[in-house]
Design a protein around this ligand. Structure first.
Ligand SMILES: [Cu+2]
Length: 148
């Protein structure tokens, strides 16, 4: 009985040490997490329907955690898909035939709905093309994920 009590005490002492002692150096090397907000419309991201010439940009840290908040203000469903660097993009994106070009994609967001999730940014810095993979929405619906 007494031994059990001592064991519990030892566990608490160990936990206290882990929580309070050291580790500062490790924390400072972690890339900072960011939250990005994406507004979806029919059929473009952000405020204006000129994504092809003036794509909205979302900045994140290489390898860092990203919380994405999507708001679909449109009347049809949309998503948000990051394309692999240096991909040869087709004129019209086919979500089945071109699936191998996708690095990361959110689920489809229904009209009027919002969606939120977390993921880790690519570890390789660069300017990643982001598109909506719903048929016919690319190239008019696109943006850039800027990984620093
Ligand atoms: Cu779309």
């Amino acid at each position: 009985m007494k031994l059990k009590y001592l064991a519990v005490l030892a566990i608490f002492a160990a936990l206290f040490f882990v929580a309070c002692g050291g580790g500062g150096e490790e924390e400072s090397t972690q890339p900072e997490s960011v939250t990005i907000q994406v507004t979806q419309n029919d059929n473009y991201y952000g405020a204006t329907p000129d994504n092809a010439t003036n794509p909205p940009q979302w900045n994140v840290n290489a390898g860092g955690q990203v919380s994405i908040e999507l708001m679909n203000n449109g009347t049809v469903e949309h998503n948000w898909a990051v394309i692999k660097l240096n991909s040869d993009m087709p004129d019209a994106f086919d979500s089945a035939a071109n699936a191998d070009l996708i690095l990361k994609e959110t689920g489809l967001v229904a009209a009027g709905e919002s969606f939120r999730e977390s993921f880790f940014a690519p570890s390789e810095p660069g300017e990643y093309l982001v598109i909506c993979t719903v048929a016919g929405h690319y190239p008019s619906m696109q943006g850039r994920l800027v990984v620093n």
